[in-house]
Design a protein around this ligand. Sequence first.
Ligand code: AMP
Ligand code: GLY
Length: 425
Amino acid sequence: MKVLVVGSGGREHAIAWRLAQDARVQTVFVAPGNAGTALTAKLQNVEKTDLNELADFVVANDVAFTVVGPEAPLAAGIVDLFRARDLKIFGPTKAAAQLESSKDFAKAFMKRHAIPTADYETFTDAKAAHDYVERKGAPIVIKADGLAAGKGVIVAMELAQAHEAIDQMLEGNAFGDAGARVVIEDFLTGEEASFIVMVDGNHILPMASSQDHKRLLDRDMGPNTGGMGAYSPAPIVTADIHDQVMREIIRPTVDGMAADGIPYTGFLYAGLMIDRNADGTASVKTLEFNCRMGDPETQPIMSRLSSSLVDLVQAAIDGRLDEVQAQWDKRVALGVVCAARGYPQKPEKGQLITTLPEDSESLHVFHAGTKATAEGTVTNGGRVLCVVGLGDDVRSAAEKAYEGVKAVHFDGMQYRTDIGYRAMK
Ligand code: AMP
Ligand code: GLY
């Protein structure tokens, strides 16, 4: 069978690599892919991003199904377009993808269905927004309504910062249309975790838990990024918390979308804030929804998946997710992102990657911003690679990953040295 993965990041390399492990799979096409997907066995890049051309490619090449990695093609309606042409695809429709593509949609949805999240209001008028933050005080969180590649959230510890963010989004047009509306919400405290599930419209299959590190620098300092490293499982997601999240957040979300006439299919990612109470209970709130898997969370999660991803995706597309189970490697997987100089503001491109470690059963290198050229593999984006180590605990997984990172060389490489530190206490 031939399958297609849409996207070009580390997440897509990991998904494609895992799909290729199934003996029934002859080729995994990756559109547009990167140097890693160009060089991995059974994977083949396709230089296409136009959605109609992708659908034509699927027909012409007898592709059994398509898995979509990033949010942009989902928000642009790739699932609607493929379904209209009777092509099998795993992902949410354009309407369902609003859970990620509009913060206002997601917040109003959560409010309507009593799904725990921070209190908020939405504004298009700058004066009303300024008045609101004056009344509320700091810390407070300002979010651009639309997709802003992870940059549209300002956690304002001081009022001045909140006012500045409002001006930039509503008056300075800093995020274009995405920032023409802002959501202003209460500041939450606690520890974050990523909770990702597969959904077929009704049934839910949870993926292994994970946690990422969004800040650029060690000890969670510096600017927010797309994610500098991640590990799975996340010890903070105990069996009790898992059940609570399924009961209070995931099940009501899937049911609520169906009740609203927008059944949800695809990967669903809830960003959680978990706050432990003195009596041992916890309050868990939804920070955000994503309509896709996380990057870099996918790299450790796929490294641990021991069931066939082909079986899971096919079951999801056919509405039979209740009939399958996901098995996980007992080991911890931990991924460290190797980023380019200048990331996240202005990543430098075109540096030759002179050495890479060998993949083994406990080490995987997933490519993100890389490009194959006649001179060799060169950097081509902010997050260049994600090196995943597996080990019996977080510490040994980290040792393995950092051993791999030491074997990576390109000019200007930056990475965090403390991925997983919260789980090592
Ligand atoms: P989001 O894209 O909505 O997940 O926001 C990006 C990051 O901003 C999150 O991972 C949190 O670290 C932080 N954040 C978002 N919303 C809040 C909130 N209400 N309180 C505290 N931190 C938040
Ligand atoms: N790592 C966070 C995200 O994918 O949104």
